[in-house]
Design a protein around this ligand. Sequence first.
Ligand code: CA
Length: 583
Amino acid sequence: MLLEAIYHRSTDSYCYAYDDRTVHIRLRTRKGDLESIKAVYGDKYDWAGTGTEKAMRIIASDELFDYWQAELTPPYGRLRYAFQLIDGEQQLWYTEQGFTTHRPQDPLTFFDYPFIWPSEVLAPPAWVREAVFYQIFTERFANGDVSNDPLGVRSWEEDNPGPHDYYGGDLQGVLDNVDYIQSLGVNAVYFTPLFEAHTNHKYDTADYYRIDRHFGDVSLMKKVVEAFHERGIRVVLDAVFNHSGKAFAPFRDVLDKGRASVYWDWFLMHDDQLAAGDRPNYHCFAFEAHMPKLNTANLKVRDYLLGVARYWIEECDIDGWRLDVANEVDHSFWREFRQSVKSLKPDFYILGEIWHDAMPWLRGDQFDAVMNYPVTEAILQFSAGGEIDAPTLSSRISRILVNYPQQVNEAAFNIIGSHDTPRVLTQTGDARKLMLAALLQFTLPGTPCIYYGDEIGMTGGADPDCRKPMIWDEARQDAELLGFYRRLIEWRKTYETLQAGACEFVYAHHRQLVVCRASASERIYIALNDEDTEQAITFAAEPVASYRALGGSGTFRMADSTMTVGLPPFGWIVLVAEPPEGA
Ligand code: CA
């Protein structure tokens, strides 16, 4: 046993309450090192009884490590536990005090999970894991009202947007097309910012209480939300609370009055004198002088932004906020934010934009989920760039999955394209490769979101090229791709196994991959070939079940416990294993 490789801590993804009754514990070991591991546990105040055993199982592996998990249901929600490591003749016990060759007698040395507080269990709203999102960039989705167009709009047919161009898209255009969005099968939409601002992307808010005049007004926004709700579609808006725009009234006041402004402390100034211009002496978003960072530690700013968050829920009945640059805002603000919005609407969804390890925001007191960029990058590096092969992809995804509690993975927001990245079709350069990327996006744990137009084969390089006007002319849409997306959406909503089943990579070699999603009642195998030649791959599969192909261009043959799948160039197949009738 390589003891140096063994890792556990009794917090975060290594020990957490999955729900009101269940605690998951995990242990990391060197890959292939151990035969079996048992969790030894009991109620923390019943020392005599601290000896129940439960076998752990490997839930994921990467290049170096195996990750083991056991699900424990302590009767009183409190727990003491240790690990029994077994490798042939050798047995060791692992407690908070280290390794022993004899079973530890004093449970005080065990790891401790103090108590499950149901109110503190991270529980994303139930609807989120069943959701498929559609992202709308309003300025480019549809122009339903030319009377509110900005001056000098470009023709909808010109597909070379510049960084400062306007096309006239608006909320009436969205309202006119809710039937199209419904026809895709999605059950949630996410809007990039809608509030008064001076750019086409609206990330530089001027007035948080007003719908941008080029998009419509609050009464139209209410109609849009109602139209979506009538169709069973939830609505999530973008909250840009990290920074405002330069035209935000409090910042204008600071520009006017300098240190004398009552809003001086609403921002993060470096000196007592204001220096604006290209190299300002106040904190901004990234390098954008026109996006001054808000001081969310200031109680007045806090009250103001919490008021905004509540206003749009009370006024328009929205279902969630997506929080822009969420990791640069202080935790205590987000804790108050959560209390505030959840008190209005208990199943309200809080989605943070965080590009890196987001565990500190996902402990139950701040966000319900984060945008899953690490998964995005892994899928695109495999499908688009080809920089990584299938084994590396499976290792990368496995590491992400074990890095978070299971409920976090189930609600993670999975994208392969957005207003910030080149179109996925342009990155992959081939609709068949795009389909493989989308197949992964829809079948790995997490909630998928489609960037408007990706479903019909829109192209474009980096921003602003990825923000072309939506193609509404059906003759210019890729009907096959659209049909493919509709099927993915349908599967994702139909099969609970895709929403909450375990995820295992059962085959990963060169550019071929098989993912298995498994629940108590069924298994779904997703096999794909990201190569320009025909491939036959073989992997162990459940022998008792009967199989049917849900879709794809591949063939399959089951013999004993071995599945053989034939996949055409850039082909795929999805197989559902069902127990025999009456089983
Ligand atoms: Ca318009």
